[in-house]
Design a protein around this ligand. Sequence first.
Ligand SMILES: *Cc1c(COP(=O)(O)O)cnc(C)c1O
Length: 391
Amino acid sequence: MERFDKSFTRQEPIPEAGIAAAVDVMRSGVLHRYGAEPSQVAALEAEFAAQTGAAHCIAVASGGYAMGCALRALGAAPGDPVLTNAFTLAPVPGAIAAVGAEPVLVETTENLVLDLDDLAERIAASRARVLMLSHMRGHIVDMEALMAICDAAGVAVVEDCAHTMGAAWNGVPSGRWGAVGCYSCQTYKHVNSGEGGLIVTDDADLAARMILLSGSYMLYDRNGTAPDAEVFARHAGTVPNVSGRMDELRAAILRPQIADLPRQVERWNARYRVLEDGFRAAPGLAVIARPQAEAYVGSSIQTIASDPARVPSFVAGCAARGVEWKWFGAERAVGFTSAHRHWGYLAPQRLPRTDAALAGLLDMRVPLTFDLDDCARIGRIVADEAARHLA
Ligand SMILES: *Cc1c(COP(=O)(O)O)cnc(C)c1O
């Protein structure tokens, strides 16, 4: 029987240029962004803003910090309702809870995107002023339709692009539709500095508030995309310093990875297409339809099993042959698969459509350390085990 023996969590090394730049930073002894001139962090901000076409970028300590910073800058206050996807990862409701706001979960469709009818209903019912939109597992909702609903209701959109750095909808980069886009540089996202986050916005006032929030010791004009002095003058002294800056070492590691992102996206998508072809041949598993307008990054792949009751034996059969799935329908959270019922700090919410989608949802990371032959082999093993357990 065919087996697979590579690790699903093995990352590629940091590019040599990043290692060399990081060594230079360490030799200099200046790891704090506001101590360094020129600063790696400021250069990263300028480069990521240029890549996404944003006026401003702020590099911070994590993706979760980025989301919390955006919420604070938008004025989300304790007790305020903040809308977000019911299907997302724990740091998303966590970022809302961290500012004392109340997550209002919105239903998920069988294509794993936000249910826009439910969004409209929950905006009306909750009177929320902010949507934290999570492009969970890289699936992008119809952004024109979403923005039309939110703009009409005066709801500000923050995009959680942890899984869509490098993706786009109708040619507009993910993170550039809403007021603010947030990205994660944590090891298992699209660029890897261990931990780290990036924020983009065109709004100079929001940018100034987020630069001040992240902690600038009055050196805020050294951000790589700093707004004019008069913009800072409107906000200095009005927002708390909630320290969460990025350091020079991480920025040094990230800059060559940001430059290389388009090539990495191609490599992910080539692997994704081979896996998807393999899974199409698997009985009892449905691949997720990807809309024409969506330019996705295939860094993970999802399928839905038509009979959730048979998922445990299928997952065990694949695991015995070295192929790892994460199942979002499991009773208890394993790894990153927590579901809304596991977030015990929230008031329980009724989300039958999401629950139905998650019951059979299987998720696989697509590491770039796999080659196309590896992906074909995984596809054959999955189809074979599906025929055994799901047919
Ligand atoms: C990883 C992740 C985040 C948060 O990123 P951190 O850098 O780990 O704080 C947010 N949203 C999603 C969907 C994620 O996967």
